[in-house]
Design a protein around this ligand. Structure first.
Ligand SMILES: [Zn+2]
Length: 623
């Protein structure tokens, strides 16, 4: 390159830097304006904008502050500006006395919980290195201890508003479904490989670990009898579940399922259904590896609830579970497809999507009636019509047509539409643009409000078709998006989404177990929240992750040291604001939620004070 070329390159680099600085000043100016707006909202006349955008931008100006007192003043100013912009600042500044008290209790309880964790035996790692336990470590490593913490107790007590992202095939602990299955005469179990294999010692259990189990209700004509415990067993031959349970303990003699022959099969099946710590955090594990296990488990769960008795009971118990977890309203995501139709109990006939909707509606109405009789409130449930993203465009078109039909038939019950399944596999949203645009047009013509609530950005892949789904979700006018983990890496789309009021459905435990972050503090939600992106907290597929919504709220808090009650409150308020509710419904649920919130504050204070008194008595008796 000649000298002129070099010179030009230098100049353009120089102007690039100036350009970047100017752009940053514009952003700072926007932040300062936002602080002004927030202060005015609170009736505070003090203006943040002082012409220097909060801080002298010339580094010499900072260097000229030699006095420690001046330096501290400047530092306090910067910290306070950042605090004023934080996502929980509004509820902090508007807090009632009781809220301030509960926030203080949460801070104390978190310190006590840290002692609970650090008091455990450290874990041994590579070359014997000792790793002390701590809150905020891997969820599956901590899950048993979390149940003993004060913070989890408070999270469980909190009224959580709307639960907006949970798949209707994995909301309930699997043992509930296994118990129902045991009572079914036509319940069969199948495997992809024989369970027993040649080998000695541990080797002979290899197939028990590797096999993929499935369940199915079956009419006699569909049976293809085989013996899972025979080496000659062929893939997916059927065995009566009752026979399997009777014979299991003869073949599976490992100690990990205990000594009671009657419960050995249960323990083994539950182990297969739930994510294990060693599996999720193995150093060789990847997001796609975790998804492979996830998909296998979803297939295993499917046969346990896709027949009338189980489906009704499952729906009913899910509702009870929501109420127990202090959820006031939920939007569930059943995947509507022919292979998900449910069977009659004898396996002879199937019930289609319309029949499934009828079952859900009846169960919800019965449940709400029962709750009302007990003088308890449950604000209801709606269905997000979901299609797997592995479907072909023609199939998606049919599904969208059915979704519109359902909305016309049950306007109050259909919340929106979504495409589900592993985002890196299956088709990107872009594949279905003609069908989705056509759907939008027809909805407008027919005056139907069916918002898109797309799963997107649930990925570590950047600059690919997968995170490209965020662009399509934006352009197609999504009301909310599921996950949005990758959004933090797309600042322009992030601001566009904020401007359009698009809210995120965070699923922190799901993201950790499916390989997006090893621990919750590495989750991108903290960047997104720091940018004031509206977010809600959700459990996604809690049944497989050994979690409830309370666990997800717990995790959000332990991942950030400075978070407290106001952060939780903002997340709950956003869930109510962004739920697919009519104005009247939202008003009604919010009114009830406010009453429950007051009760919650009182209950936390009483619980904590009682605990303090008991601890004081204990201490005294030790002296
Ligand atoms: Zn999901």
């Amino acid at each position: 390159m000649n000298s002129a070329g070099n010179h030009n390159a230098k100049c353009s680099r120089h102007s690039d830097s100036d350009c970047d600085k100017a752009a940053a000043r514009e952003v700072i100016k926007a932040h300062d304006s936002e602080i002004d707006r927030r202060r005015q909202g609170n009736g505070d006349g003090d203006r943040a904008r002082d012409g220097t955008y909060g801080l002298p931008l010339n580094s010499n100006a900072i260097g000229s502050v030699l006095d420690v007192a001046d330096y501290e003043k400047l530092r306090a100013k910067v910290v306070s500006r950042e605090d004023e912009l934080s996502f929980d600042a509004r509820y902090r500044s508007r807090a009632s006395d009781m809220e301030r008290r509960v926030d203080e209790i949460i801070r104390r309880v978190r310190k006590e919980d840290e002692i609970l964790f650090s008091g455990q035996v450290p874990r041994k790692g590579y070359h014997g290195q000792l790793h002390p336990r701590f809150a905020g470590d891997h969820f599956l490593s901590n899950v048993d201890l979390i149940g003993e913490t004060g913070l989890f107790k408070i999270a469980s007590m909190m009224p959580k508003g709307a639960h907006l992202h949970n798949h209707f095939n994995a909301c309930l602990p699997p043992y509930v479904l296994l118990d129902i299955a045991k009572g079914m005469d036509r319940m069969f179990i199948t495997s992809n490989i024989p369970l027993i294999c040649k080998g000695k010692g541990e080797d002979k259990f290899e197939n028990f670990d590797k096999c993929e189990i499935q369940f199915s209700i079956m009419s006699p004509d569909k049976e293809d009898a085989g013996d899972l415990f025979s080496p000659r067993y062929q893939s997916r031959q059927t065995m009566k579940f009752s026979e399997f349970l009777n014979r299991f303990s003869t073949y599976y003699t490992r100690a990990d399922v205990g000594t009671d022959d009657k419960t050995k099969a249960d323990k083994w099946l539950l182990h297969k259904l739930l994510f294990q710590e060693e599996e999720a955090y193995d150093h060789l594990q990847t997001a796609s590896g975790a998804w492979e296990k996830f998909n296998g488990r979803t297939r295993m769960m499917k046969g346990l609830f896709n027949y009338v008795t189980a489906y009704r009971s499952y729906t009913r118990q899910c509702l009870e579970d929501f109420a127990r977890d202090n959820i006031q309203y939920a939007e569930i995501r059943p995947t509507m497809m022919a292979s998900n139709y449910i069977y009659s109990d004898d396996g002879s006939t199937t019930i289609d999507n319309e029949g499934i909707m009828e079952i859900i509606i009846k169960e919800v109405e019965d449940f709400q009636r029962a709750k009302a009789q007990e003088n308890k409130f449950f604000g209801g449930l709606k269905v997000i019509y979901c299609t797997p993203r592995s479907m072909l465009p023609e199939q998606v078109k049919d599904a969208l047509d059915e979704c519109r039909r359902f909305k016309k038939k049950w306007p109050r019950w259909i919340a929106g539409y979504d495409l589900v399944g592993e985002e890196a596999k299956g088709y990107p949203i872009r594949e279905f643009i003609p069908q989705l645009l056509d759907f939008r047009r027809k909805c407008a013509e027919e005056n139907l409000d069916i918002p898109f609530l797309f799963h997107c950005g649930e990925t570590l892949d950047l600059g690919t078709e997968t995170d490209g789904n965020l662009v399509d979700a934006l352009l197609l006018g999504s009301k909310r998006i599921g996950h949005g983990f990758a959004l933090a890496n797309h600042p322009y789309i992030m601001q566009q989404m904020k401007a359009k009021g698009i809210c995120l459905e965070l699923c922190p435990i799901s993201n950790e177990i499916l390989g997006l972050t090893p621990r919750v503090n590495g989750h991108t939600m903290y960047q997104l929240l720091a940018n004031n992106v509206h977010c809600t907290v959700n459990s996604d597929n809690g049944a497989l992750f050994r979690s409830s919504l309370s666990h997800d709220f717990y995790q959000v808090m332990v991942g950030k040291k400075s978070m407290g009650l106001y952060g939780w409150k903002q997340l709950v308020m956003w869930s109510l604001e962004h739920a697919c509710l009519e104005d009247e419904e939202r008003k009604d649920i919010t009114r009830h939620w406010e009453m429950l919130w007051r009760e919650f504050l009182i209950n936390v204070i009483e619980w904590y004070e009682k605990r303090e008194r008991e601890t004081a008595v204990e201490e005294k008796s030790k002296m």
